[in-house]
Design a protein around this ligand. Sequence first.
Ligand code: NDP
Length: 445
Amino acid sequence: LARNPGETEFHQAARELLDSLGPVVARHPEYTDAAIIRRVCEPERQIIFRVPWVDDAGQVQLNRGFRVEFNSALGPYKGGLRFHPSVYLGIVKFLGFEQIFKNALTGMPIGGGKGGSDFDPKGRSDAEIMRFCQSFMTELYRHIGEYTDVPAGDIGVGGREIGYLFGQYKRITNRYESGVLTGKGIGWGGSLVRTEATGYGTVYFANEILKARKSSFAGKTVVVSGSGNVAIYAAEKAAELGATVVACSDSSGYVVDEKGLDLDLLKEVKEVRRERLSAYAEARESARFVATGTGSSGSSGSPAGSVWDVPCDIALPCATQNELDGDHALALVRNGCTVVAEGANMPCTPAAVKVFADAGVAFAPGKAANAGGVATSALEMQQNASRDSWTFAHTEARLEEIMVGIHDRCLATADAYGAPGNYVAGANIAGFIQVADAMLALGVI
Ligand code: NDP
């Protein structure tokens, strides 16, 4: 930790992994001999760069760009780009670190990396977004490539941004290298199901948990947080499986809609009009918007409460890191929630995870439950490499198969290492062993 002062989120993610590894180290002294844990915590390469761009008023703006190429033992670095004002090295490193083990769990040949910028896309015009993306790629292009490092989207980076980034990469390199970025548009190298994959995958994972408990989504009440890419498609799949999704949120507050979210309206507000969530409630009689005004989905102490005060059977946090704390978790448990699956990366604080464990709530960590996004990105890379495109049904079937596989592998590994039913231990141990064995095989590099 002393090597990386101030990188709070990275410390949290590293501790969370290391906490599970006691029995692994005891059984595998060769990992200690080869300093695998110390090496896996040190990124192979970290790039930080200046991103200057000109806004619509003609003013020069300046942001900072990051790409952390964390581990390539299993394949080219793979992980998204995040554009959000909170982005700094500690966040990019936490996300890149998680990505290593998540990608290993998918069983696909991809290493771990992550990047982004402290650029705030909110309120920026299309032309400003394009100029920013072009400037960002003007530096990033020299570090990436289909055999090197393959970025994708994350918070603040969706299909529009990937388009501008890909356009600039193509222009600078004079190569139509489809496999250099994933999350591309369907007409130009993208894969069907990529947009839906993370949210759908999270629900598939939760569905496996329910099945193992002889239960299902049918008739259940679900709360998701966030209302972006992951949240919308988690809500869609949960509703398709027969649940009623009664609430979602954004950084200004949350919506409660007892009749169940109208997903066409939600997509129209968030994806097409790019408006705040309050616009959803204005357009729908059965919905009410609760402003929290805290920059998060709400805190337990505030009079407005939080989205986690809305009673549910299943909670799917799909917004951002550390959005669900110990008090939120207690509220969920009090209201009868029995399953929590993380669509976002590290949305539950360690205190929340402990509350769930103590209360017997089934808890699926993001590195397992949200791996469907990156798995489908790897399917996009496969289609690009073979110059092919698969149908929606075929790609979705592959996604479901991968998620069921991850679920079963987590459970089997948890069992084998003396922590039956513990998805956190199962995911951490299974992901780590796969990476550690590859690192051992590749020698001290
Ligand atoms: P989007 O930008 O599409 O949506 C993010 C959503 O979360 C928005 O509704 C946003 O609200 C909300 N949000 C962001 N920051 C905060 C905050 N501080 N407090 C409250 N709400 C917040 O991003 P994604 O849906 O792609 O990503 C969501 C999460 O899922 C992230 O943790 C990401 O790392 C993770 N993830 C994403 C994958 C993907 O394929 N996209 C893959 C795997 C994980 P607002 O608009 O008000 O900011």
